[in-house]
Design a binder for this molecule. Sequence first.
Ligand SMILES: Nc1ncnc2c1ncn2[C@@H]1O[C@H](COP(=O)(O)OP(=O)(O)OP(=O)(O)O)[C@@H](O)[C@H]1O
Ligand SMILES: [Mg+2]
Length: 249
Amino acid sequence: MNAMTMPDETKAAEKAPFFSVRDIHAYYGESYIVQGVSFEIQEGDIVALLGRNGAGKTSTLRTLARALDPQLKSGEIWLNGEAIHKLRDFEAAGRGIQLVQEDRRIIPGLTVEENLKLAQITEPKGWSIEKIYDHFPRLAERRKQDGVTLSGGEQQMLAVARALARDLKLLLLDEPYEGLAPVIVQEIERIVEQIKALGITTIIVEQNAVAALELANRALILDMGQIVFDGSAQAVLDNVELRNEYLAI
Ligand SMILES: Nc1ncnc2c1ncn2[C@@H]1O[C@H](COP(=O)(O)OP(=O)(O)OP(=O)(O)O)[C@@H](O)[C@H]1O
Ligand SMILES: [Mg+2]
């Protein structure tokens, strides 16, 4: 063994990426949408996934969460040494990948509390219901209310709370501020800040690129289903050309 290379190899092993996406390709039927996306993220990273409308952000998140649509045809997804690409959506969720979709997917006919309890049906569980209520007093007040009758902002809180109620290793947030009034956006932002402070690895898609970049330490920009930028969030804030070309900010 070459002793000179030892320290670097050891370092590389220690720094094995927490989440690794290797050349994934995904399709809606014949439509080829996710066209060879690769990136790696470290534990605790907050990654802003940005790009124009139709760039493939939602499709990428859905692929990572192993949704049936779009269908992953090739490539690999690894979380903490586990092969996520081989799993179905519910299995990926069982490994700690929680997707909060834009439409929030609150289950009709169930109260806030029932929505949270349902999230805890499978092991391992995440936060207890009591801990969730401590962090989301609005949800505590509305625990007996039908989840679909909550306001948009409250539904977003419930969607994030449901992810916390499960085993959460990687949070995928698709436009968490979408359609919400500024005051509610601030409330959701505070929750996302708390998630960041907890060190939960997060990929956030957001139309408000500046807000996402201020929160994130990393940035990925997608265009036509491919990564066109991978670097620090600050580098995007500093790069006018990049922002003009892909983000219109
Ligand atoms: N179910 C579907 N069937 C076929 N094509 C789809 C489907 N969903 C999305 N697409 C197409 O895939 C491409 C990427 O869409 P996607 O929703 O991933 O973009 P996005 O970056 O999230 O956009 P936005 O910022 O508008 O949310 C678009 O061209 C879209 O029309
Ligand atoms: Mg989208």
